[in-house]
Design a protein around this ligand. Structure first.
Ligand SMILES: *Cc1c(COP(=O)(O)O)cnc(C)c1O
Length: 418
C-alpha cells in the first residue's frame, strides 16, 4: 500500500463495487459530498426508496383498506418480503427470521422466550461497554424476574491496559459462571470498539454450561459474515438503520433458531399477527401460532416503516455479503494503513483500539484521541467529515463498502494532519 491520492484513486478504479456509491444520496457540505463515515450509526438513503414509498402512498390513496390484498405488494403479506433476503445476511433459514418492531422491543420479546431464570440459574452475561439500551433491557429483565442487577449481571471487562476482550477470557468467564448462567447476550460487534466477537466459540461454550446464547447484531448485520444457523445461536436481533441503510427508526430483524421453532414449551408474548394466517381472520379465541419465527409477531406490518428496508435489501441481495466483506476488509485495511501513516509521521498521538486482525472486526475503526479529541472532532466536522464522537475520547469511523471509497479514507487521514 501507498499513502497517496493517486494510489487511493487507483484502488477505487479497480473496485468492482465502485458503482454502488451512485445508488445512495450523500449529504452535502460546501457543495461537495461529505466524507460520510457513520454508516454504522445511520446508513445512507438508497435512491430507490422514494419510488418504493410512492408506490405504497399511491396504493393507500387509491385502494384504502383494499390495499391489504390488492396493493402491488399486499400489506397483509408484507412482512414475508424480507425473510429470504434478511436470512441471507445473517446466515439463517428463511423460517428462522422475521422482520418486526424495533430492536430493543425485540430483545425484550426474545428474553421473554429465552431468559427463563430459576433460583439457581439466573445470571445474564454481557460485554462491558455494552450499548446502553441493551444494558437497560437486561437489567430490567433481571429485575422483572426478581433479581438484583448487581448480583445477576456479569459484565466482561478487558484486561487492565487493554481495550478489547480476549476470546480466551470470555470462554473462561463462561466456564466459571457455569450453571449459574442462564443467558449470554452480547453484541455480535461491539458498538464502541468495533470488536467482532468469536460468536461460534461463545455459543459453544455457553451451551456447554447449559445457558441460552443470543446476540445483538445491530453492528454486525450487513457488516460481517454471520452464520447464525450453523453456529447454533439460540436467537439474535438487529436493527436495520445502521449498515442495512433502511432509515431512521426502521423496523428490526429477529432470528430464532429452528431447534426452538417447534417447541410448544417456549413461552412467548402473543398477538394476532403471530396467529396462523389461514384462519387469522376468523378472529377466534385460542391461539394457533404461525410456523417459524413469524409466530413471534404481535402486530400487523408497519408498511411505511418497512418500505426502505426492502429497497435496501434488494441492493444487498444484488451484491452479496461475500463481495461486501471482501471490499470491507480491503477498504478498512487501507484506512487503517493511512491512519497509522499520518499518526506516525506527524506524531498525532492517536491510537486505534479496534482489533488489527480483520477477522475480529467489521469496517469500523475506533480511534482513541488525546485530550484535545473533542476539538479535533469538531474541526473535522467543520471540514465536511461525518464521523461519530463517543464520550470520553473516541472517534468512530466506518468506511462502508457499499458506498465509501478508498479516496475517502485517504482524504480523512489528510484532514487529521490539521
Ligand atoms: C443501535 C443499537 C440499539 C438501538 O436500539 P433501538 O431499539 O433500535 O433504538 C440497541 N442496541 C445496540 C447494540 C445498538 O447498536
Amino acid at each position: 500500500m501507498n499513502y497517496s491520492l493517486a494510489y487511493a484513486q487507483e484502488r477505487d478504479t479497480q473496485d468492482p463495487l465502485r458503482a454502488y456509491r451512485e445508488r445512495f444520496h450523500f449529504p452535502r457540505h460546501k457543495g461537495e459530498d461529505v466524507l460520510y463515515f457513520t454508516g454504522n450509526s445511520l446508513g445512507l438513503q438508497p435512491k430507490t426508496v422514494r419510488a418504493h414509498i410512492d408506490q405504497e402512498l399511491k396504493d393507500w390513496a387509491e385502494l384504502g383498506v383494499e390495499g391489504h390484498f390488492k396493493a402491488a405488494h399486499p400489506w397483509m403479506h408484507y412482512h414475508k418480503r424480507f425473510s429470504e433476503q434478511a436470512a441471507a445476511i445473517v446466515g439463517a433459514l428463511p423460517q428462522e427470521v422475521v422482520v418486526m418492531n424495533t430492536l430493543t422491543v425485540n430483545l425484550h420479546l426474545l428474553m421473554v422466550s429465552f431468559y427463563r431464570p430459576t433460583p439457581q440459574r439466573y445470571k445474564i452475561m454481557v460485554e462491558g461497554h455494552l450499548f446502553p439500551s441493551d444494558h437497560y433491557a437486561v437489567e430490567s429483565q433481571l429485575q422483572y424476574h426478581g433479581f438484583a442487577p448487581k448480583d445477576g449481571l456479569i459484565e466482561l471487562m478487558p484486561r487492565a491496559g487493554e481495550h478489547t476482550l480476549r476470546t480466551e477470557d470470555i470462554l473462561a468467564a463462561i466456564e466459571e459462571a457455569g450453571d449459574s448462567l442462564a443467558l449470554i447476550m452480547i453484541g455480535g460487534v461491539n458498538y464502541y470498539t468495533g470488536q467482532f466477537f468469536d460468536l461460534p466459540s461463545i455459543t459453544e461454550a455457553g451451551h456447554k454450561v447449559g445457558a441460552m446464547v443470543g446476540f445483538d447484531c445491530a453492528h454486525a448485520a450487513g457488516n460481517v459474515p454471520l452464520q447464525l444457523h450453523d453456529w447454533e445461536v439460540d436467537f439474535a436481533a438487529w436493527c436495520t438503520y445502521k449498515y442495512l441503510n433502511s432509515g431512521p427508526g426502521s423496523v428490526g430483524g429477529v432470528f430464532i433458531h429452528d431447534k426452538h421453532l417447534h417447541d410448544p414449551n417456549i413461552p412467548r408474548f402473543n398477538g394476532w399477527w403471530g396467529y396462523k394466517e389461514d384462519t387469522r381472520f376468523k378472529m377466534e379465541k385460542g391461539f394457533v401460532p404461525m410456523e417459524g419465527a413469524a409466530a413471534w409477531q404481535n402486530s400487523n406490518a408497519p408498511v411505511f416503516n418497512m418500505v426502505a428496508h426492502k429497497a435496501s435489501l434488494d441492493i444487498f441481495s444484488e451484491v452479496g455479503m461475500d463481495k461486501l466483506r471482501e471490499k470491507s476488509i480491503a477498504l478498512t485495511g487501507f484506512l487503517e494503513f493511512c491512519l497509522h501513516h499520518v499518526n506516525d509521521t506527524y506524531d498525532l498521538g492517536l491510537q486505534l483500539i479496534t482489533p488489527a486482525d480483520p477477522n475480529q472486526r467489521g469496517c469500523q475503526l475506533s480511534i482513541l484521541t488525546g485530550e484535545d479529541g473533542e476539538a479535533l472532532f469538531q474541526r473535522l466536522e467543520s471540514q465536511g467529515v461525518v464521523a461519530d464522537w463517543r464520550h470520553p475520547n473516541v472517534i468512530r469511523v466506518a468506511p462502508v463498502p457499499l458506498y465509501n471509497r478508498f479516496e475517502d479514507a485517504f482524504r480523512f487521514a489528510e484532514l487529521l494532519k490539521g
